[in-house]
Design a binder for this molecule. Structure first.
Ligand code: NAI
Length: 466
């Protein structure tokens, strides 16, 4: 038996960050993960490999169809999928090793194995090098989430794939049907569309990206459609028929009830994720969960069981790596006497497609529904010099503020480098900045960030370039 101040179960962005911060605060900390490589879903089979493929496939697409307009003729462009996959794996490998280094540097003990909680303060690990029982004053559950599928559709990760299988296909399929026009469906759908697959995205709702500002989502859909993603909306998937040579995705349109079968070589099911808490022993311990399986926690991340905390994807709030990191830091800082809970309304979300889509805070519709009197400002990238220089003029910036005070409440962007641009609004919202604060600050010219300033000026009815 060994005694720790803190045991963290899960080495993803929530768990490894919580471990590092705890060690920095002087806690004797162990971090347990059953994977041999740290970083959880995000680094191993999520954010990082998917963005690696997005970036590589964008370069392929640029070489094939964008460079010529800049006067760069590259002749015929060939895809080397194996090399693209090897590079992705190397990026993942380097980054996971980096986290190993960070844990060591901060004195966190790393344990590889599958953990369950025997009792508050006691963790049992089925380890790579034998079983262990560990003791700690506090335990954080940071076990993340896993993909869900639809009834009757089972992942084989070859032909019917989750995001994990879609990151490692050995050949470029001719036809792919993506079920779900959410973040994963669009990102991985675009990877394969760029590499030459005919991709059809089937969505249950009448729109893509539920939760994102409707105007931004519609603009994104048009732009993605121009880049070979085909959408079929308002359709329910009834099942997938598995033939020897092809799959058939059987769908039914809500409005008419008409059924249609979509042929495919690969089906990607991207209809969401569920908290992953299997085998932890939560029932036995009496740790309360909500109806969807998320562990119930209070504002200090305490579960219903004394000494057991939970953070990240397995508790409520956006299922995002950066939210999990914020949870992890806040949780251990609160153990050490702090009192700042992350503001879940100010968590940016990004879809790394081309164009990128990024959003923070409530949408215009959402605020109107709440009865908030708002001012809205928009600016199209078409009128932004830097966007024109790069030939990436699709999209817009939309900022939403409280009408009376001008305090910025939300921002929604579709366009080039939206993932980077959104950070300015995240800071603005965190500091309770107003439209005047952003509009009055000198932004570099020519830069995409001028579109943010212009959107704020537009909300103040003072736009210069529109
Ligand atoms: P999602 O919740 O983003 O989207 C699922 C989509 O599937 C929704 O549009 C939903 O309406 C649709 N859907 C549900 N049932 C359906 C059905 N029977 N037929 C057709 N469509 C159906 O889930 P997704 O894309 O699987 O992502 C899971 C989580 O991972 C999300 O919380 C997401 O934020 C996170 N993630 C974040 C990324 C990022 O930040 N860039 C990248 C990848 C995932």
């Amino acid at each position: 038996m060994s005694g720790y101040d803190l045991i963290v179960i899960g080495g993803g962005p929530g768990g490894y960050v919580a471990s590092i911060r705890a060690a920095q605060l002087g806690m004797k900390t162990a971090c347990i993960d059953e994977r041999a490589t740290l970083g959880g879903t995000c680094l191993n089979v999520g954010c990082i490999p998917s963005k690696a493929l997005l970036m590589s496939s964008e370069k392929f697409d640029d070489a094939r169809s964008q460079l010529a307009q800049h006067g760069v003729d590259v002749g015929s462009v060939e895809l080397n999928l194996a090399a693209m996959m090897t590079r992705k794996d190397k990026v993942v490998g380097d980054l996971t090793k980096g986290i190993d280094f960070l844990l060591k540097k901060n004195g966190v003990e790393r344990i590889i194995g599958r953990a369950s909680i025997e009792a508050p303060g006691r963790v049992f690990v089925v380890g790579a090098n034998g079983d262990l029982t560990l003791e700690a004053n506090a335990i954080i559950i940071a076990t993340g989430s896993m993909p869900i599928t639809l009834p009757g559709i089972e992942f084989d990760e070859k032909r019917i794939v989750s995001s994990t299988g879609a990151l490692s296909l050995e050949t470029v399929p001719d036809r792919m049907v993506v079920i779900g026009a959410g973040v994963i469906g669009l990102e991985l759908g675009q990877v394969w569309a760029r590499l030459g697959t005919q991709v059809t995205v089937v969505e249950f709702l009448d729109r893509i990206l539920p939760g994102i500002d409707r105007e931004i989502a519609t603009t994104a859909q048009r732009a993605l459609g121009r880049r070979r993603l085909k959408f079929t909306l308002g359709r329910e998937v009834l099942g997938v028929e598995k033939g020897v040579d092809e799959l058939k995705v059987v769908t039914r349109q809500h409005a008419s009830g008409a059924q249609e079968s979509l042929p495919a070589d690969v089906v990607l099911v991207a209809v969401g994720r569920r908290p992953f808490t299997d085998g932890l022993g939560l029932d036995r311990l009496g740790v309360a969960c909500d109806a969807r399986g998320f562990i119930a926690v209070d504002k200090q991340f305490r579960t219903s069981c004394t000494g057991i905390y939970a953070i990240g994807d397995c508790v409520s709030g956006p299922m995002l790596a950066h939210k999990a990191e914020e949870d992890g830091v806040a949780c251990v800082e609160m153990m050490a006497g702090g009192n700042e809970h992350p503001d879940y309304e100010n968590v940016p979300s990004v879809v790394y497609t081309s164009p990128e889509i990024a959003s923070v805070g409530p949408t215009e519709d959402n605020l109107r529904a709440r009865g908030v009197d708002i001012a809205v400002g928009k600016f199209n990238f078409m009128a932004n010099c830097r966007a024109r220089l790069g030939g990436e003029t699709e999209g817009l910036v939309k900022v939403v503020a409280e009408a009376a005070s001008g305090r910025i409440l939300g921002a929604h962007i579709v366009g080039p480098h939206a993932s980077e641009l959104i950070a300015e609004f995240v800071v603005a919202i965190a500091r309770q900045a107003t439209l005047r604060d952003v509009a009055g600050a000198c932004h570099p010219h020519p830069s995409l960030s001028e579109a943010l300033k212009e959107a704020c000026l537009a909300a103040l009815s003072r736009a210069i370039h529109a």
